[in-house]
Design a protein around this ligand. Structure first.
Ligand code: S3P
Length: 170
């Protein structure tokens, strides 16, 4: 962890980035930050409303600004939105600012976990969600570490991350 200041969680919607991130922050006594929450705070409206009123491209721009902001921090657990690292510039900034951990969740798990959510991209129907999920796998896999969350609760995922941190980084 020497010169890497932050721990960044990436992965598809419903992978548990925020829940795991909050717990990890508590255990490590680090600060928890969430790019989606920063976007909502700055815009003064929910992500769903940003998509609705101004479209996805506006959200992506606000998300980029949120990434730039969180990357200036130290000792933060950063939870990102599912699409954040699909912008190469975001991925580059985040990689420079810390250790990237990909929380892998199968499509089945994702659909189960986010069943009744109002996430705009999940309203597009099962085929589009499947293709979105598939199209992101290669990018997510460029993380420093991959943690498979299948059949694991929050505590178990956190434990695994702590083990990775103890054993050193590549
Ligand atoms: C998105 C994921 C959401 C949020 C926005 C777009 C995506 O975050 O950023 O709805 O592109 O996958 P979560 O992954 O926290 O749900």
């Amino acid at each position: 962890m020497k010169d890497r200041q932050n721990i960044i969680l990436i992965g598809f919607m419903g992978a548990g980035k925020s829940t795991v991130g909050k717990r990890l922050a508590t255990v490590l006594h680090w600060k928890f930050v969430d790019t989606d929450s920063i976007v909502e705070e700055i815009a003064g409206m929910t992500i769903s409303n940003i998509f609705c009123r101004y479209g996805e491209s506006r959200f992506r721009f606000e998300e980029y600004l949120a990434v730039k902001k969180v990357c200036t921090g130290k000792n933060c657990i950063i939870s990102t939105g599912g699409g954040t690292v699909m912008n190469p510039e975001n991925f580059k900034l985040l990689k420079q600012s810390g250790l990237i951990i990909y929380l892998y969740a199968s499509l089945e798990d994702v659909l189960q976990r986010v069943g009744s959510s109002d996430r705009p991209l999940l309203k597009r129907g099962p085929e589009e969600v499947l293709s979105l999920w598939q199209s992101r796998l290669d990018t997510y896999a460029q993380a420093h570490y991959i943690v498979d969350t299948t059949n694991k609760g929050v505590e178990e995922v956190v434990k695994e991350i702590l083990k990775l941190l103890r054993e050193g980084v590549r």
